[in-house]
Design a protein around this ligand. Structure first.
Ligand SMILES: *Cc1c(COP(=O)(O)O)cnc(C)c1O
Length: 213
């Protein structure tokens, strides 16, 4: 199936209020343009260098999402243009983003990454730490925490995935306000489960662009 058809199929499957981020990591600018030309504007990348290269080449009305682990020393490269950073996983990173936001005279939108999976290797705050970091972020003028991001355990066990998504959704419902209104959960294999658990932003890669090498 073509990129265009894949996009169409997914859009037919999700409610209109769900924002759909096309995860283009490792994929060529030609493929991104193909999605762009069928109307897609939100794209997600997980590596700073790849992201900045693609940003410099591709149309400027793309909304770029940083979805991967972000090192503090690389924030400066994306601060001028990034639309949403999904992966805030430390106080140090939060402060660095704020500082670079100030230098660029902008307020940078962020999500707090929450560790919901069983795997220990995945980044993110524990559920019981999230309210503290949100409180802390309110003292910072150049950062705008818009909500939460999470990744479920890599498994076929839908009960497990549902359990993890429902945990982050309960937390989201506790902290939700007029400004804090994004729950970014769901990837190619589990976006339907995520939407059933309150997701309003999904990050889908391989179901659009095909498998990555
Ligand atoms: C790669 C990636 C995705 C997309 O994964 P697919 O299975 O290809 O849809 C979503 N979120 C994050 C954080 C990723 O790194």
């Amino acid at each position: 199936m073509s990129i265009n058809n894949n996009l169409k199929k997914i859009k037919e499957n999700i409610p209109k209020e769900v924002t759909f981020v096309a995860v283009s990591k490792t994929k060529s600018t030609e493929k991104i343009l193909e999605a762009y030309n069928s109307g897609q504007r939100n794209f997600g990348e997980n590596k700073v260098q790849e992201l900045t290269e693609k940003y410099s080449i591709l149309p400027k009305d793309i909304n770029w999402h940083m979805i991967g682990h972000l090192q503090t020393n690389k924030v400066k490269f994306i601060a001028p243009f990034i639309s949403l950073i999904h992966s805030v996983d430390s106080f140090k990173l939060l402060n660095e983003i704020n500082k670079r936001g100030f230098q660029n005279n902008r307020v940078i939108n962020c999500l707090i990454q929450v560790h919901i999976a069983k795997e220990k290797t995945k980044f993110g705050f524990e559920i019981n730490e999230v309210q503290d970091i949100i409180k802390e972020s309110k003292k910072l003028d150049n950062i705008n925490v818009k909500g939460l991001m999470g990744m479920a355990t890599f498994t076929d066990n839908t009960d497990q995935i549902n359990y993890e998504f429902s945990n982050i959704n309960s937390l989201y419902n506790k902290i939700k306000t007029k400004n804090i209104n994004i729950l970014s959960i769901g990837m190619s294999s589990d976006y339907s489960l995520a939407i059933n658990n309150g997701s309003n932003m999904i990050r889908v890669g391989s179901a659009i662009f095909g498998k990555r090498k």
